[in-house]
Design a protein around this ligand. Sequence first.
Ligand SMILES: Cc1cc2nc3c(=O)[nH]c(=O)nc-3n(C[C@H](O)[C@H](O)[C@H](O)COP(=O)(O)OP(=O)(O)OC[C@H]3O[C@@H](n4cnc5c(N)ncnc54)[C@H](O)[C@@H]3O)c2cc1C
Length: 300
Amino acid sequence: MKKREIDYMNVLIFQDGSLKKYNTLRLEAKAKNLYLPLNVDGIIETLEFAKGRKLVVIGNGSNVLFAQDYYDDSYVFLITTMMNDMDVVDNEIVVDAGVSFHDLAWFAMDHQIGGYEFTEDIPGTVGGALIMNAGQWQWTIGQYVHWIDVVNRDTGKLQRLIPDDDFFQYRYTKLMDMNVIVARAGLNIQPGEYNDVFFRMLDFKKERYMKQPRNYPNAGSVFKRPTKDGETYFVWKLFDEVNLRGYQVGGAKVSEKHPGFIVNVDHASVDDCLNLIQECTVRVKNHFDIDLHLEWRVIK
Ligand SMILES: Cc1cc2nc3c(=O)[nH]c(=O)nc-3n(C[C@H](O)[C@H](O)[C@H](O)COP(=O)(O)OP(=O)(O)OC[C@H]3O[C@@H](n4cnc5c(N)ncnc54)[C@H](O)[C@@H]3O)c2cc1C
C-alpha cells in the first residue's frame, strides 16, 4: 500500500534548529525536528509526522529543563507559539494555546476585563499554564476556564473538555493524566476598569521583580512546595538552613535573591543544572527528611 503523503500546509518546519530561544533558562540545545503549527490542522500534521517518534510539546519553555544537548531524529518538538489568536466571542475570551500569559493580561485590560492581572508577569503560554494550573497568590488560571479544546495525541482528534470541580488543583490539572495537546480555551469575562487593572498589574509586577531574580535566565521555581506530616514548607527557607543560597555548580547557581530559583549565571550546561538539583535534593533529604519534587519538566 502506498504510504499517505502529508501536505505540511499548516506547520512551519525547521531542521537542526536551536532550542535556546524555546527555554527561558537559555540552555544551548538543538533538535533535529522542530515543528511550529499555525493552527489545529498543523498540530494534526505534526502528529502524523511524529508517529514512531517521541513527541515533546513546548510552549514558551519557561518551566522545562532540557536534559540533552541534541535531540536526534527520534524526537519531534512541537512548539505552540505560532498559534497565537485571541478574541472576544460570545462573552468569552477565546484564546489559542500559544498566546503568552503576558499578552492575555494586556488584551484583557484593553477590553476592560478584570481578573487576569496575575498573568502579566508569568512568562508562559496559555497551553503551558493550563497543563499545570499556573498562578500566583490566590489566583490560578483554572478559576477562569469554561472549556478547553485538546487534540488527542493518539487519535489526532479534536475534543472539547468542560472541567469538573476537581479538574484544577495546586499546580496540577487532569490534563496531566490525559494524552493531549491543548489547542485553545474559552475563558471567563468579568468587567474591570482600565486604570484599576493597569495599576494592579504594575503593582504585581513590581512585587515580583523585587523578590525574583530577573537579571539571569531561569525557569521559575524549581521545586514544588514540599509537605511533611501535613505541614507545607517554603523551599527557600529549607535551602537557607542548609546553606544552599548562592551555591553554584558550573554556570548554574541557586539564586542569592530567591533560593527557590536556579539561575543560569554563566553558560550553564544541562549537567550543571542536573548536578545542582541533585545536591539540593540530597541536602534537604538528609537534613529534614523531606522529599523535594521538581516543578520543572525534565525533557529526557
Ligand atoms: C521568571 C519566572 C517566573 C515564573 N512565575 C510563575 C508563577 O508565578 N506561577 C506559576 O505558576 N509559574 C511561574 N513560572 C513558571 C512558568 O512560567 C509556568 O509554569 C508556565 O505556565 C509554563 O508555560 P510554558 O508555556 O512556558 O510551558 P513550557 O515550559 O513550554 O511547558 C511546560 C509543560 O507544559 C507542557 N505544555 C506546554 N504547552 C502545552 C500544550 N499546548 N499542550 C500540552 N502540553 C503543553 C509541556 O509539554 C511541559 O510539560 C515562572 C517562570 C519564570 C521563568
